[in-house]
Design a protein around this ligand. Sequence first.
Ligand SMILES: Cc1cc2nc3c(=O)[nH]c(=O)nc-3n(C[C@H](O)[C@H](O)[C@H](O)COP(=O)(O)O)c2cc1C
Ligand code: SF4
Length: 419
Amino acid sequence: MARIFIAIRFDDEVKKALVSLQDTLKAKGVRGNYCPYRNLHMTLAFIGENYDLPEISKAVSEVEFEPFTMTLSKLGTFPTRAGVIWCGIKESEQVMALAKQLRERLTDHGVKYRMQAFFPHISLVQHPTHIITDIDVPEISITTDSIKIMKSEQIDGELIYSDMNKTETIHQITFSPTGGTRRVSELLCKAMEAESNITELCTKQENLSYPQVSADDLVIISMPVYAGRVPALAVERLKGIKANGAKCVIVAVYGNRAYEDALVEMQDVCTEMGFRVIAAVAAIAEHSICRMYGAGRPDAEDAKELASFGASIIGKAKKELPFEPLVLPGNRPYKQGCVGPYPVAGDLCTECGLCASEYPTGAISLDNPKSNNHELCIGCMRCVKVCPAQTRGIGERLNMLVAHLKPLCSERKNNELFI
Ligand SMILES: Cc1cc2nc3c(=O)[nH]c(=O)nc-3n(C[C@H](O)[C@H](O)[C@H](O)COP(=O)(O)O)c2cc1C
Ligand code: SF4
């Protein structure tokens, strides 16, 4: 059963300082139930298992205060029950006023909370084997600009605290000329059980629209692999999104040959943009030039595997672990990229113009769709895929490429998760 409380949460610097105090206690032989990094907080009001969320939300939304800072002080334990070692804070009128105001608003809205007097502290260890409090505490400031309605629940045997105000939107951002990349992204997100939206970057420039990403969202960025890299146009368009420090998952989708430097390139781009890359996936889809390779993929087996990857990813995203950069396969500097072969229209072309209207750049003109401007073509095969007359293609070069790729692409490759 979930329990609700209202709390102040901390940034990584404060949590790291608190963990180092816990480490000192451990080094001094104190055993007990240490509060995990992700759960460190200061409770302002404890509500418990019986709660009326809309009323709690109303009460919290009515609390008004100016952002303030408080400073960690010393360790202590309650005189009446030695069941916890906590870290206190230096006297702060603002935090006392904040707790008082919150409790008044809760009462106004008929929300019952534990009536214990408010004493600002951060629990470090419950049920310690013995009490040690003479440890130097660093002068760390805690900036408080918001309060959170928190839910505490057991997930897979672990106590997880999650923020009930959190948007938890999943933004799927794909660049998918022939649909394989997008399919992988959708399968990955299927088991995540969160509100999700899709932004397709492989569209005409004038149709591009970017999602608003907030720090609490999870962003799944999926791109196809071209010659062991990701398409330059996909990267250029991705950079139009504001990351706002959100967590992201990078997904490189390839045609059963190899993904080489694609994941490290995506990791570098996303990190530079301000995303926190918490997981990476390499997955297989039909090869968009030589369609006999990876044919039918992602298939039912892939769907199952991608769903289980998705579940592991959402589990990690919720746990709020300290951010550690992933170590991914691939080389820096990346291998030399290249643009794919340029498709042209065959004799059966009816000049319907569909390829021109669907192409992400202006490589095909509506006035003369049989031609292709090589300067603007990215060789993505979108025009080949959408042509209703199935008359666009790369001609003789296809047979040569099929033969070249045969030894490299014939054996089924596996999807991979890096987390
Ligand atoms: C120009 C080009 C280069 C490609 N290079 C690779 C590659 O290096 N390795 C690979 O396994 N697949 C490669 N592929 C296949 C695509 O990565 C794969 O089909 C992907 O699923 C295409 O995504 P889409 O269906 O979203 O367009 C390439 C495809 C194109 C068009
Ligand atoms: S989609 Fe096919 S038939 Fe239509 S204009 Fe393009 S090449 Fe011609």
